[in-house]
Design a protein around this ligand. Sequence first.
Ligand code: XLS
Ligand code: NI
Ligand code: NI
Length: 394
Amino acid sequence: MRFSIAFWHTFRGTGGDPFGAPTKLWPWEDGTDSLAMAKRRMRANFEFLDKLGVELWCFHDRDIAPEGKTIAESNANLDEVVALAKELQGTKIHPLWGTAQLFMHPRFMHGAATSSELAVYAYSAAQVKKAIEVTHYLGGENYVFWGGREGYQTLLNTDMERELNHLATFLHAAVGHKKKIGFNGTLLIEPKPQEPTKHQYDWDAATAANFLRKYGLIDEFKLNIECNHATLSGHSCHHELETARINGLLGNVDANSGDPQIGWDTDQFLMDISEATLVMLSIIKNGGIAPGGFNFDAKLRRESTDVEDLFIAHIAGMDTLARGLRNAAKLIEDGSLTELIRKRYQSFDTELGALVEAGKADFETLEKKAMEWGEPKVPSAKQELAEMIFQSAL
Ligand code: XLS
Ligand code: NI
Ligand code: NI
């Protein structure tokens, strides 16, 4: 199943929210952001991975090591923690993906690659360069670009075309650097429609795919679909996975879920078996997800404060997806849904249908047929039957 622990939530999540102070005071934390603390936290991460039997993890550069006063100092801090991580990884464990955290510091308030300030663009390039290098060094299989603050708050002060051009040149430079250092991992874009900006440029899978095509990046990137981002964009996770899949872009899943009553990225663990079954239907159709995986980009609720809760959440997240896989396999083996869909389109399984699908039926030919056939007989879509078959598999 290629499960992965998200270091930022599991080891840097504090339970703080805009209305309240941190609630999680893990026993290994000493309340500082020192290098020594970063190392102790890294040991806790590997103890957790070991106890769960999970062999993949994901990180942002700034989650795992404290930022220094200069880029050189930050890089040195990162090198020190990464050396320890490499040692603790042993032979079995490695990152599913790494990424650069380009949104927390005030310098990124206008974005990173889409900032109006050239010095920020350059700073971001330096940070991504280093983050790709350490991901490569740790044996990471992928590298993710989630566009932190790549977006806008108002178009009145924004040159959207110029910002998107900058984003594309930035990503081309990342491809160049990846090749230069011999990193063979997949580069992924993680769509999200809004938050923190009002409009994030990588809105959804279709928007990201169009961006990649326009700028000649389509063969160099895949997509990391996050379920909660999907629902924020007004789609279902299944829709986003399918959009990525049919475009040959499904690369990874950030396995989490939102709350139907809350309109933001709540990053809850995916606990809904029906949702997990839909996710796994796409994964099976995709022929699996490797070299991607299921990253638990999910956090405990503010009110869940026991260390035990970290285990319960991840175990339940894994079990839910595993049950989803079993259900999806059952549905596919049973074949009723596939048959329902096949029947629905069977009018195209004809000589004329084949001509249409090959793009060889011109309007004259079709007009002649339409006149000959008269009023079409339109069959039922069988939605309730499809829903019944689906629910029966859960
Ligand atoms: C935020 C994103 C983030 C990415 C990694 O909403 O989900 O956590 O996965 O930068
Ligand atoms: Ni994510
Ligand atoms: Ni998210």
